[in-house]
Every structure is written in structure tokens, then in C-alpha cells.
Design a protein around this ligand. Structure first.
Ligand code: AMP
Length: 222
């Protein structure tokens, strides 16, 4: 099974993906994380992607599809995987179909209000060591600096600045939002209310996923 997480920046795909990774045992594949790591390591890919990401624009379909092709071929993806931030364009959705079209698929589309996105991204911090995601809204000042998971330094993403967030939302509406129509027509597409506490969103998503995994299992058995 493949789980595709859809939704605008700040809708909680990464946080939900981390939790689903724990509950399903499927690896979470975040193209954004892979690209950020390449930027940190200063690889050729990282050098190509850095300026594009800093502006909030999209890295080329060929590059990200190459990353996904390589990643889903690894043995830990045999049972299933979770895609967070891919596909983001129609061309990527079609490429994924060519790469791994036979797999059962559930698309979970997170729905959040625009003001929730802005508030979440302003408070988002990411661990520079292990990439865990946190939100500092409501946290005491002395809890803001360190990762709860590994003690690494919490950092604000460069592309979470207000101007870049605006551009990322524009790109989302133009290039990625149309994917909802594509998946509604050809796959199991379910919307999830992404408002509120991450644990509540996880519970809602898990309930939907349990139903869909059971239905996929029944279809296979028939
Ligand atoms: P994310 O962590 O998913 O918000 O991604 C951060 C940035 O990485 C995006 O704003 C894009 O510049 C780039 N990126 C991540 N995934 C993709 C993708 N599937 N297609 C194109 N660019 C991507």
C-alpha cells in the first residue's frame, strides 16, 4: 500500500507522516527532507536545489522523480510507503503511476484554514540533526531551543519566512491543488480535517486508513 499525503504547506503532512510511519511501519518519504539534506551536504543536487527552494518554487519534476524512483526501490518500501510532498504536479503524479502503478493507494488530503497555515508555519521549528518537526507556539522560552527527540538544535526553515510562505501557497494553488481532481477520479481519495491537535488529526487519519486498508485487503482476497 502507498499513502499519499496531500495538502498545502503547513497543513501537517510531515507531522502526520511521522506518526503514520510509527503506526504502519511504512517509511515516510519526504522529498523536501531529502532535498534539504542535499543542500546541507552541499552535493551537486543540493547546489541545484538551494536557490529554487529558498524562493519557494518547485524543483524540476525530473529531479524529484529521480529521488523518489531511487527511494521506493529500496527493500524497506516493499510492504508500503508514505509520500509526503510528492507528487506536487500533474507530471509527477503521472510519473509515479509509471514507476509503481500497481500498488493499492490511499490519498489523505489534509484540509486546514489559511490562518492555521500562517500560524503553524510561523511557529514551526525543525531539528537540524534528526529533522523532527516541532511547533513552538505555546512553549516556554527555555523549551524552544532543543529537539525533544535527540537534543539537536531547533531551527526555523529558511522558506518559512512570510514572503516565501506566500509564494509557496501560490505555487500550491497553481500546481498542486489540481491533483485533488486527478486523484478523486482514479484513486481512493479521502479528506481529513487537519485542524486542531496533531494527535486528533492522527486519530482521524488512522480511522480512515484502517477502513481503507481493510477494503484494499478485501479486494485483494476476492
Ligand atoms: P516541503 O518540505 O515538502 O515543504 O518542501 C520544501 C521545498 O522543497 C519546496 O518548496 C520545493 O522547493 C522543494 N520540493 C519538495 N518536494 C518537491 C516536489 N515534489 N516537487 C518539486 N519541488 C519539491
Amino acid at each position: 500500500m502507498r499513502i499519499i499525503l496531500l495538502g498545502p504547506p503547513g497543513s501537517g503532512k510531515g507531522t502526520l507522516g511521522e506518526k503514520l510511519e510509527g503506526s504502519t511501519g511504512f517509511p515516510r518519504i519526504s522529498t523536501g527532507d531529502i532535498l534539504r539534506q542535499a543542500v546541507r551536504e552541499g552535493t551537486t543536487l543540493g547546489k541545484q536545489a538551494a536557490a529554487i527552494m529558498a524562493k519557494g518554487e518547485l524543483v524540476s519534476d525530473e529531479i524529484v522523480t529521480g529521488l523518489v524512483r531511487e527511494r521506493i526501490a529500496r527493500p524497506d518500501c516493499r510492504r508500503g510507503y508514505i509520500l509526503d510532498g510528492y507528487p506536487r504536479t500533474m507530471a509527477q503524479a503521472e510519473a509515479l503511476e509509471r514507476l509503481d502503478g500497481d500498488r493499492a493507494e490511499v490519498v489523505l488530503a489534509l484540509e486546514v484554514k489559511d490562518e492555521t497555515v500562517v500560524a503553524r508555519l510561523g511557529g514551526r521549528r525543525v531539528c537540524g540533526a534528526c529533522a523532527s518537526i516541532f511547533n513552538v507556539v505555546g512553549r516556554a522560552a527555555d523549551q524552544i531551543g532543543e529537539c525533544d527527540d535527540c537534543g539537536g538544535p531547533l531551527q526555523q526553515r529558511l522558506d518559512d519566512s512570510e514572503a516565501v510562505v506566500r509564494e509557496r501557497l501560490r505555487v500550491y494553488k497553481e500546481a498542486t491543488a489540481p491533483l485533488a481532481g486527478y486523484y478523486k477520479a482514479r484513486s481512493t481519495y479521502r479528506t481529513i480535517d487537519g485542524e486542531g491537535h496533531p494527535e486528533d488529526v492522527f486519530r482521524r487519519a488512522s480511522a480512515v486508513l484502517d477502513t481503507e486498508r481493510k477494503a484494499a485487503g478485501d479486494r485483494k482476497a476476492r
